[in-house]
Design a protein around this ligand. Structure first.
Ligand code: MGD
Ligand code: MGD
Ligand code: SF4
Ligand code: MO
Length: 723
């Protein structure tokens, strides 16, 4: 059989590393038979792929027996685990006609969607929803990404890209992130290089992670107290007169108000609230305000703090500005408008009518993460010709969607399309979601596998994965770079690119003219054309990027209400968010005296994925709950014992592991289910056993009021031996 070698990409994490794929022609069609890293394409470094445990999985998983290969329709009760194979034509016709009927009965807002992390392109789904007329797409943005994007954008006029350059960056701050586990690749290697050259690294994390262990200074706050800590850093930088006076005077709005606002946040006060020694906070402030650029990067630790996530991010956006570390080489870059077609145009958000926007469930709840919130912000960003992606930043609050599915209030959500997500395991409040999924009239899941969520579907549609479809990743639509590449083979069996499903469904529902690209490749070609990049160049280079230009304020200021960096924020104030960040109380509950962190990442798993890999399972067979020795002893437990962690919402089982972590804090892994176990109700492949989201809640009443962030961290909990 003849073989050829072609360029394509892995997609098991956001790097989308370039590979040479060996493809063999067989009777069944082209088959992927080998992979070799291609260091001539992004991320240009063989060491990344050498250090990665995942990419070889592509060769096993592309034809694994547990993959979904054909459209499946449920037979019998929802969750019965019984399926019949149907054709794509049948599946599309059925789904289109059922969606049409449900929209006729309840209005198009009756359709919601659920997406997952950054492992897929979501604009085809979003385009479909906009044209269908529903405002209710759910995502994970409120606890991953959006908070930072919103706060940086409203402080500086546009989100930033952290710019870490070992030859320029003077210090790195990592706030609530652990790249040793969550990245472990290019970025982690850059940090190790910087550590070798003695660039100060400050890590803020209640756990002494591997990242913290290489830090010059590790601050370990009580979970959820970060906003207070950040305000104390601001106060200290000001009190020790280490601000960049020229920059602040010329480019910052509201400095005097800020000075007055931070007065109560003394080192002593912060020590008491956060449990971090005053001297360490002073040292951190000193390192932050050295004259050379400081790169400050935050992670999920502070995105997932419920009511404290936005105040913490606001304080960090302010901190950067005080030392002039905005749009500065070695600190961060304010990206330009993309030369290729931006996400906001790909998703065709302009086509969702004002009447349908007004039906969004968020309305009256999350002032910023809503269509009116977005529209106000886009008047500011629009001054420099830029628009944020709309769908991510207006995404519906999951708790409101699940509740509407159950109660019909304010209207019935009766249908859900779930793409590249496993909400039963990865969204907050598994029990509520389980009830809501059962209450739906129509659940369509686009997947590679029969996940616990897919097991409850009416239709499971087989998605083409890496090497089977071309890719483009454009950093959520806020940057002028993108990367990706071509497919290596046609999709195996009857799998299809997600794009094909939305296009075909859209065509059946009167959207014909809005889907001009017959294939995903055509659509990507169209996206890149305005940047002057041909398909051939895309396949060969796999990257579109332009050289960074810093200090752009000198020519045009900042795209905020005042044209300056808004320490005191006019726009947030106008929508009820106050002028300056104020920490929210950290949740307390005498019945649950310990504090829970859920979701700290571990290699080689990824969210709810790769638990089906026997090598990974042999290496890391059980879900772990980390705690200090003192916490373990106090609960009368021993390391290695199964424990039951409980919160006001529920309980789940983990194996106790002793770790360096603040006393009284428990950190459990998330994403666990058991793909090898029985499918269908009631077992759902073990989704009820060690699933961290049995412990969490996104009840809107407890969420942050501007964006709606819920708590995956800093949750009151309890601990006891598991029976
Ligand atoms: N308790 C707790 N919960 C959390 C978090 C936490 O820290 N703690 N973190 C949150 C965060 S930051 C995130 S991003 C989410 C991640 O949550 P999810 O994105 O829901 O989780 P994954 O397991 O990454 O992916 C879900 C599914 O997508 C499928 N898939 C992958 N790529 C594609 C594709 O291109 N097309 C299709 N159709 N399917 C695909 C995979 O097979 C997988 O089953 O979890 C969130 N949930
Ligand atoms: N192996 C692996 N890698 C992944 C993923 C995965 O699931 N597995 N998921 C990917 C995704 S979707 C994302 S969003 C990124 C996330 O990447 P990161 O942001 O690096 O996520 P985590 O590893 O969860 O690190 C968060 C850290 O915050 C700490 N933390 C918890 N509570 C608090 C708090 O109150 N304050 C502070 N300061 N810190 C706190 C935790 O102890 C943890 O070490 O990782 C990506 N990479
Ligand atoms: S999983 Fe590994 S090889 Fe694949 S894209 Fe990520 S870093 Fe690259
Ligand atoms: Mo994420």
């Amino acid at each position: 059989m003849s073989k050829r070698t072609v360029r394509s990409n892995c997609h098991y994490c956001g790097y989308l590393c370039g590979f040479w794929a060996t493809v063999e022609e067989t009777a069944e069609g082209d088959r992927l038979v080998d992979l070799t890293p291609d260091p001539t394409r992004y991320p240009y470094n063989e060491r990344i792929t050498n250090g990665c445990q995942r990419w070889r999985m592509n060769l096993e998983q592309i034809d694994a027996p547990e993959r979904v290969n054909y459209p499946l329709r449920r037979v019998g009760e929802r969750g019965s685990g019984q399926w019949e194979r149907i054709s794509w034509e049948q599946a599309l016709d059925d789904i289109a006609s059922r969606l049409g009927a449900l929209a006729a009965e309840h209005g198009p807002q009756t359709l919601a969607s659920a997406i997952g992390g950054p492992h897929a392109s979501y604009w085809p789904l979003h385009r479909f929803l906009n044209l269908f007329g529903t405002p209710n797409n759910m995502g994970i943005g409120q606890i991953c990404w959006n908070i930072r994007i919103w706060m940086d954008c409203l402080t500086y006029g546009w989100p930033i890209e952290v710019n870490i350059d070992p030859s320029v960056t003077g210090a790195v701050f990592l706030w609530g992130a652990n790249p040793a586990q969550s990245d472990n690749l290019l970025f982690w290697r850059t940090l190790l290089t910087m550590d070798k050259q003695k660039t100060p690294l400050v890590v803020i994390d209640p756990r002494r992670t591997k990242t913290a262990s290489i830090a010059t200074l590790h601050l370990a706050p009580h979970p959820g107290t970060d906003a207070t800590l950040a305000l104390a850093l601001i106060r200290q930088v000001i009190a020790t007169d280490r601000i960049d006076h020229a920059f602040v005077q010329r480019w910052c709005h509201g400095f005097d108000e800020l000075v007055a606002h931070v007065q109560p946040y003394t080192l002593e006060y912060a020590e008491k609230v956060c449990g971090v020694p005053a001297l360490d906070i002073a040292q951190a402030a000193h390192i932050f305000s050295e004259p050379s650029p400081t790169a400050l990067l935050s992670g999920r630790g502070i995105d997932q703090l419920g009511p404290n996530s936005a105040p913490t991010h606001r304080a960090l956006s302010i901190l950067r500005a005080l030392t002039g570390d905005v749009d500065r080489a070695g600190a961060c870059l304010i990206e330009g408008r993309s030369d290729f077609i931006p996400e906001v145009e790909l998703e065709m958000s302009a086509s969702l009518t004002p009447e349908q926007r007004a039906r969004q469930l968020n309305l009256g709840y999350t002032a910023l993460q809503s269509y009116p919130g977005y529209e106000g912000a886009s008047q500011l960003t629009g001054r420099f010709g830029k628009a944020l992606p709309m769908r991510y930043l207006t995404s519906a609050h999951p708790n409101l969607v699940w509740r509407a599915a159950l109660s019909g209030d304010p209207y019935r959500v009766s249908a859900l399309i779930c793409m590249a997500a496993n909400p039963l395991v990865t969204y907050a409040d598994t029990k509520l979601i389980h009830e809501a999924l059962h209450a739906l009239d129509l659940l369509v899941v686009l997947e590679y596998y029969l996940t616990p969520t897919a097991q409850l579907a009416d239709y499971v549609l087989p998605s083409a994965g890496a090497f089977e479809r071309p890719l483009i990743q454009a950093h959520g639509g806020v940057a002028n770079f993108c990367y990706g590449g071509a497919a290596a083979v046609e999709p195996y069996y009857e799998r299809r690119a997600d794009y094909d499903f939305f296009r075909e469904l859209g065509r059946r529902l009167g959207q014909e003219e809005h889907w001009p690209g017959a294939t995903l490749k055509d659509a990507i070609e169209r996206t890149l054309a305005p940047a002057g990049m041909s398909w051939q160049q895309w396949t060969e280079r796999g990257l579109y990027a332009v050289p960074a230009v810093f200090n752009k304020q000198e020519v045009r200021g900042f795209a905020t209400t005042t044209g300056k960096i808004e320490l005191a924020n006019e726009y947030l104030d106008s929508i009820g968010g106050g002028r300056l960040p104020v920490p929210a109380p950290v949740q307390q509950d005498p019945q649950y005296p310990l504090t829970l962190i859920t979701g700290a990442r571990v290699q080689p798993y990824w969210a709810s994925s790769y638990f089906n890999n026997p090598r990974f399972r042999a290496q890391h067979p059980e879900p772990l709950a980390q705690m200090s020795n003192a916490t373990l002893e106090q609960a009368g437990l021993e390391e290695g014992q199964w424990v039951e962690v409980s919160t006001a919402r529920g309980s789940a089982r983990f194996k106790a592991e002793v770790a360096e972590i603040k006393d009284g804090v428990i950190s459990v892994e998330y994403g666990w289910w058991y793909p090898e176990e029985e499918q269908g109700e009631p077992h759902l492949s073990g989704a009820w056993r060690s699933n961290a989201n049995l412990l969490t809640s996104a009840d809107i009443a407890g969420c942050e009021p501007l964006i709606g962030s819920w708590s995956y961290n800093a949750i009151p909990c309890n601990l006891r031996p598991s029976i």
